[in-house]
Design a protein around this ligand. Sequence first.
Ligand SMILES: *Cc1c(COP(=O)(O)O)cnc(C)c1O
Length: 388
Amino acid sequence: MRDKFLVFGAPLIEEAEIDEVVASMRSGWLGTGPKVARFESAFARYLGVEQSVAVSSCTAALHLSILAAGVKPGDEVITTALTFCATVNAVIHAGATPVLVDVDPSTMNMDPGQLRARLTPRTRAIVLVHFAGRPCDMAAICDIAASRGLAIVEDCAHAIETEYRGKKAGTFGDFGCWSFYVTKNVAAGEGGMVVARRPEDAARIKVLALHGMSQDAWKRFGDEGFKHYHVVECGFKYNMMDIQAAIGLHQLDRVEALWPRRRALWERYNAAFAGLPVGRPADPAPDTRHAYHLYTLLVDPDRAGITRDGFLDAMTARKIGVGVHYMSVPEHPYYQRAFGWKPEDYPHAMRIGRQTVSLPLSAKLTDEDALDVVTAVRDIVRPTKGRR
Ligand SMILES: *Cc1c(COP(=O)(O)O)cnc(C)c1O
């Protein structure tokens, strides 16, 4: 038995980001400033795009993208039944009506067939999620959006390294949105980024992210002299701090170096659990790049001899932190009350949400940690054919 608890999703923090944060503290410039600007350019360079806009979270990124897409109250926005609540809440905050579609049971991504079935004359946009780091079927989804003139917002919270047919996730739609929350592949504590296909949308998001003010605060107080600003819209307080960018900059520098480590962990788990009566993730599809953000098992009590929640407790008792990504959206009382959604109407998302368990997959894991995870899972789930 381990003596230290293995924290789920603990980020790998190194000296470079610690020093950079300290340097920000010593400089006295904590808020939105030169490091945010550097992080924005570095992120745009990583994705191979012209410009990106840093914000306080992916939730903020999604909210502003949906607004900038021109979505109005009364419009319908289609999204997936298997995602974090923030994806759906962003649609609601923009004043639109969210419409859910079920997922493909194998990829856990929005099913384009279901998407087609949910289109109405009021549909204005699609907010998709590249679940666990696996790209959605972008050929099918872009076709549907183009034929109906719908905006696409890509929730890339799991998908910074994801590619589909050689193109980066987040660059297919009108907007791509990323998260730098602690558990994500690039962690800044909190933070988000938006990439917009049209420069005028990026400019509008920049204004909306800082109270609707026409100038950045860091330019306002810079050495070029005081600059007046004008409030041109009723915006939000969604800006990123230099302290966050200080962490994000160095995390982003290592994103490609750490990807093979998480892939190796993912493949190790997949091989170790091959003989167990649990569901394993599908292999990445050809001509795609998986970001390996989550490694999820499906625990079906009839096969595994334990309930999902029993499995979560047993892992925790063995000092292994686990996650659930996610209970399907219609399981939550707010959405049932507000929209009358029922889990049974989205059967694949419902089953996955009730059976799924995420295992630790941070690049911080040592080989010993990974062995502890494998041993714990094999202890808890009865192997088939007496294999041990
Ligand atoms: C983490 C996450 C978000 C929210 O990201 P924040 O930066 O915490 O706002 C949105 N969507 C998905 C799919 C996520 O995993």
